[in-house]
Design a protein around this ligand. Structure first.
Ligand SMILES: [Zn+2]
Length: 341
């Protein structure tokens, strides 16, 4: 994994989407479709990956906490505060994993407790199941200085997860339901040129995310290729993931694949971003329309200056608003097979 991880380390924004959302009905592509309303051709998750998304539905939340600006998460009457996080000490066996540690403060009404936890632990407290899937306390590592904390009500989880004393892998990660109210743009921060096969890159990213980041699926909701075609990623009804510190709930996450700190996006990509954002805004009844770049939310250069300029100058927002005002909701065409490209 070393090479792949290295390549992806620069994609500090990594967040994704998957199974077909219930409100998005599969349709056969129509060659005769009129240019208005705009048509968005989307390859289903299952078209580019034979690995289905993992994770469990729940009433829960997942946050990357740190001890400076994202110190706590709340779920109903539960508050979990990160008091301290520190790198684990290497043992005598150099091959053994180094387990980072954290101290949490748990509060629910009058009940309160401070608790030391190790990376990878899970436990139940006052009706809640709390898991620590990862702690990134080694300076310079992807995710530093986050402690990833998940909390869900015990009753909302399958028994296997509710009783677990380990956070374990992607199959046990929480799928956090959310209501979309913002539109957010990312890039992959990796080079992507004519002739590169995006499907292969996405599949690698999914597998890397499972193994290296303990994510149940790719972290964004949609990817956009150079030709303007769209790849469905994590189901947008679930919040995305990130290696940075911001609350991904509410964000409709679009990743324009490539490095737009260096490359320039083309018109097909920009048109697709606008159409997809307009569709997302109309489908989720977002009012007023708010468009963010990842860098507006966290410490990152994402989505790169050459993409961000369209957010900064308001032109992307105007484009999206013009489509929404026209009332012509873009039409989604779901594609089952990459061969239909
Ligand atoms: Zn990003």
């Amino acid at each position: 994994m070393a090479t792949l991880t290295g390549k992806l380390t620069s994609a500090a924004c990594l967040l994704i989407l998957s199974a077909c959302a219930s409100s998005m009905h599969a349709q056969e592509p129509s060659a005769a479709a009129a240019p208005t309303p705009a048509q968005i051709r989307i390859y289903k998750h299952s078209a580019w990956s034979d690995v289905p998304p993992k994770g469990v539905d729940c009433h829960g939340v997942r946050q990357n906490l740190n001890t400076t600006n994202y110190t706590k998460l709340t779920l109903d009457d539960l508050t979990v505060t990160l008091l301290k996080a520190e790198p684990g000490a290497p043992g005598a066996d150099e091959k053994a994993p180094v387990i980072d540690k954290a101290r949490l403060k748990l509060s629910k009404g009058e009940a309160t407790e401070e608790r030391d936890v190790n990376e990878g632990e899970a436990f139940n407290w006052n009706g809640y199941h709390i898991a620590i899937p990862a702690i990134y306390q080694k300076k310079g590592e992807l995710g530093y200085p986050s402690t990833v904390v998940e909390a869900a009500t015990v009753e909302s989880l399958p028994e296997r997860v509710a009783n677990a004393t380990k956070a374990d892998g992607p199959a046990d990660r929480l799928r956090v339901k959310h209501t979309i109210n913002k539109l957010t743009l990312h890039h992959s921060a990796t080079p992507h040129k004519e002739g590169d096969v995006l499907a292969t890159k996405l599949k690698n990213q999914q597998l890397w995310g499972e193994k290296d980041r303990n994510w149940f699926d790719v972290p964004y909701h949609f990817f956009i290729d150079l030709d303007g075609s769209v790849y469905q990623a994590r189901d947008y009804k679930y919040a995305g993931d990130t290696n940075t510190a911001y609350d991904t709930r509410g964000h409709f996450l679009i990743n324009c694949f490539g490095n737009y700190e260096e490359a320039e996006p083309n018109e097909k990509q920009l048109a697709t971003i606008a159409n997809l954002m307009a569709w997302g805004a109309m489908e989720n009844k977002i009012e007023p329309i708010e468009i963010f770049g990842h860098k507006d939310l966290a410490q990152t250069g994402c989505p790169g200056k050459n993409l961000y300029k369209y957010i900064e100058d308001g032109s992307l927002k105007k484009r999206v608003e013009d489509i929404v005002k026209s009332g012509k909701k873009p039409e989604i065409v779901w594609l089952d097979d990459l061969k239909s490209k």
